[in-house]
Design a protein around this ligand. Structure first.
Ligand code: F6P
Length: 549
């Protein structure tokens, strides 16, 4: 346990206690009353960072709640933790590593030391290498082994080596070069490989094998499948196929070499880049190929803008800090176990999936830095879908279900395709949803509007359901970077309050350890061992029978 963590343990309790008491005293207050009693509330509880405007007024909070949450942040030494994040301290203590993703978007004049070495120059060196390579693909000067221009780029990776680049590619498709097809293969399920490749010409296809560790079984299995797919279609030798059709993004140079990918086709990342914080690194190579180096750099600048905001803005005007503290309030004091992320933007369809790894792999933990069970809930479950589609699927539960689900609404003021009124209708619905959740519709209102008293209870929406609205100027590379950085830092803030290591993911390991002996039983030529539990043995047995093994 670090000295800082010990101090947090000692100092946090008073603010936590004060918040518990405050919650008990204010639990009956209603959002409708809070708004009625304060005409300025809709302005008061807002904060701006770059192009991101956060309206958090529709949360069940008042000025005292915010002050107490800020006290909690102070007593948890949040400022010192932010300093530690920016200074390259080993804040990922369970893996004895720094978490220095900030360096990935630093400007070339910045200095960020990791283990005594300023890593910013090497970051820029790789960015330059990526830019040269991206330009070669985009201009058509990179040729496949048979001499054809590469037109298809497939990223093979999973988790952070898939979700960030996939989300960014989809989000920034508007800015992409449309004669290049970019696809993603993550799952070891061969159906994904088949669907991603079936209509592509192997001669025109390049694979980016993206894996920080280069040991992830899904990625390596798919990389070998890609190799076989190319070799069976091309009349070229293995070496030239590997040289022209494969590049790697990894920190494991030896494993890349062993696979046969040439060192000149390797884009390095470093062990101080966590998978779910890696989209600004070479893991974003597919994004850069799609949108070009200039747009990619604009995205990095967006990230940096929020980094600087977090570092230099007082806590009470610090957007990610406020967002993180509100998340803690909802999770721990209103006991909300679920958060819905609802982007009212078609291009952000993959944003909830991306956030799921960022939030839940970071803060889905049960012990604190000392290895003791934490006594409060850590990360809620995040899920979501774009609006307005979400309104016609799970929206019903958000308005009338028995559990309260805080929502993050995300919208962009300016349309990318201002054709008709669609964008205004979209945003009107976003604002209406947040309003409906907050204020609901009472039985009295319904009856006054002519609803029969018998039907009214079915139609009542209780309201008083919390939400944040993040309104961004326009979806651009920069604003996407800002939005993602806002969430990264908000997740960090929550981890500090819960005193957990937000940068490890030990929970993922158990399943990885258990799969190989089961696989051995599934494919055993002779008698399988069947030394698992009776349920798993039964499933293995049934599957073998169905497959005639
Ligand atoms: O198993 C979880 C995880 O380690 C994630 O944290 C990571 O993003 C993903 O697997 C992929 O890892 P790699 O980039 O090493 O293949």
């Amino acid at each position: 346990m670090t000295q800082l963590a010990r101090e947090v343990e000692r100092d946090c309790a008073p603010a936590w206690q004060a918040l518990l008491e405050h919650q008990a005293a204010s639990k009956d207050s209603k959002l409708a009353e809070l708004f009625a009693n304060d005409a300025q509330r809709g302005d008061r509880f807002t904060v701006l960072a770059g192009d991101v405007y956060l309206d958090y007024s529709k949360n069940r909070i008042n000025a005292q709640t915010v002050n107490l949450l800020l006290d909690l942040a102070t007593q948890c030494h949040l400022t010192q933790h932010i300093d530690a994040l920016f200074s390259g301290a080993k804040i990922n203590f369970s893996e004895a590593r720094t978490a220095s993703h900030i360096a990935l978007r630093a400007s070339s004049a910045d200095v960020l030391n990791v283990n005594g070495v300023n890593v910013v120059p090497m970051v820029h060196e790789v960015l330059e290498q990526m830019a040269i390579f991206s330009d070669r693909i985009r201009s058509g000067s990179w040729l496949g082994a048979s001499g054809k221009v590469i037109r298809n780029v497939i990223n093979v990776g999973i988790g952070g080596s898939d979700l960030g680049p996939k989300m960014a590619y989809e989000a920034l498709k508007y800015y992409s070069q449309r004669d290049i097809t970019v696809r993603f293969i993550a799952n070891v399920d061969e159906s994904e490989f088949e669907e991603a490749t079936r209509d592509l010409n192997p001669e025109e296809t390049l694979f980016i094998v993206c894996s920080k560790s280069f040991t992830t079984f899904e990625t390596l299995t798919n990389a070998y499948l890609a190799r076989a797919w190319l070799l069976s279609a091309l009349n070229n030798d293995v070496a030239s196929v590997l040289k022209s059709h494969f590049v790697a993004v990894s920190s494991n140079v030896a494993a890349v070499e062993k696979f046969g990918i040439s060192m000149s086709n390797l884009f390095v990342i470093w062990d101080w880049v966590g998978g779910r914080y890696s989209m600004c690194s070479a893991v974003g190579l597919s994004t850069m190929i799609a949108i070009g180096p200039v747009n990619f750099r604009a995205m990095l600048d967006g990230f940096r803008l929020i980094d600087m905001h977090v570092k230099t803005t007082p806590m009470n005007r610090n957007l990610p800090v406020i967002l993180g503290l509100i998340a803690v309030w909802n999770a721990n004091f209103l006991d909300s176990k679920i958060v819905a992320v609802l982007p009212y933007e078609h291009y952000l369809a993959h944003f909830p999936a991306y956030l799921q790894q960022l939030t839940m792999e970071s803060n889905g933990k049960h012990v604190n830095q000392a290895g003791e069970s934490i006594t409060v809930s850590s990360s809620p479950v995040y899920w979501g879908e774009p609006g307005t589609n979400c309104q016609h699927s799970f929206g019903q539960l958000l308005h009338q279900g028995t559990q309260i689900v805080p929502c993050d609404f995300i919208g962009f003021a300016q349309a990318l395709f201002p054709k008709g009124h669609g964008h205004d209708i979209l945003l009107a619905n976003l604002f209406a949803q947040a309003r409906a959740l907050a204020f609901g519709r009472s039985k009295e209102q319904l009856i006054a509007q002519g609803c029969s008293p018998a039907l009214a209870p079915q139609k009542v929406c209780e309201g008083n359901r919390p939400s944040n609205t993040l309104l961004v100027d326009q979806l651009t590379p920069s604003s996407l970077g800002q939005l993602v950085a806002v969430y990264e830092h908000s997740v960090f803030v929550q981890g500090v309050i819960w005193k957990i290591d937000s940068f490890d993911q030990w929970g993922v390991e158990l399943g990885k350890d258990l799969a190989p002996p089961i696989l051995a039983d599934l494919i055993a030529k002779g008698k399988p061992k069947l030394d698992q539990d009776s349920s798993t043995n039964g499933l293995i047995h049934r599957m073998r029978r169905l497959l005639g093994r």
